[in-house]
Design a protein around this ligand. Sequence first.
Ligand code: FNR
Length: 211
Amino acid sequence: MMALETTARVKLLGLSGSLRSNSYSRTVLYSLQRALAPNVCLSVRDLGLPLYNEDEDGDSASDDVRSFRSSIAASDGVVIVTPEYNHGIPGVLKNALDWASRPLTRSALARKPVVVVSISPAFTGGVRAQASVHDTLLAMGARIVGGPQIVIGNVAEKVVRGEFVDNVSLSFALGRINQMMKDIGRSESKRPLAIASASLPADLREVAVAG
Ligand code: FNR
């Protein structure tokens, strides 16, 4: 199977809603990263930022905050993978999105295409957190790439030796990323998935071709 053809190198930014060292959210991001075509670069960054304080924004914004905003601005699109905390958005992700939302009229996320994936060791897959993330993104004018929610339940059973092995979910998420690239006019391909076949296990390649 051919990799997706794109008009130019595509830069995506991956954000994990968890800081945990063995985070399933980050594991899923790295699996997506490996599955993307060679001309699609997904950089993953953690969200260890200071707590939002308007007194420390504007000219006083820290280097970490400036770099975070710049990395969003420099990307063609953002992929968020997040757990659910107490039926909502984890504080670390909400905090980062609050930083990204300012300056009010020049938010790096305004009109930025965003794909959201939620995960949970529970069968519910973090679906409530995902709705909450969507609400927050809408408040800052981000372009959520819509469709059936990408919800990964029972995630602990789908990570084996540090690898995310649920190829159906991976394929579903890749399809949404492909949709994002079409939306931003960076894909000329009619093929459904932004994947490099050589980097995928055989059964996912079959899912991709079937899609
Ligand atoms: C959780 N977890 C959780 N899971 C869920 O499905 N619904 C929930 O409301 C919560 N609430 C919650 C609160 C807090 C404070 C913690 C620490 C955890 C479990 C959570 O989904 C699980 O720990 C994930 O593995 C966290 O994601 P990462 O770190 O693996 O990416």
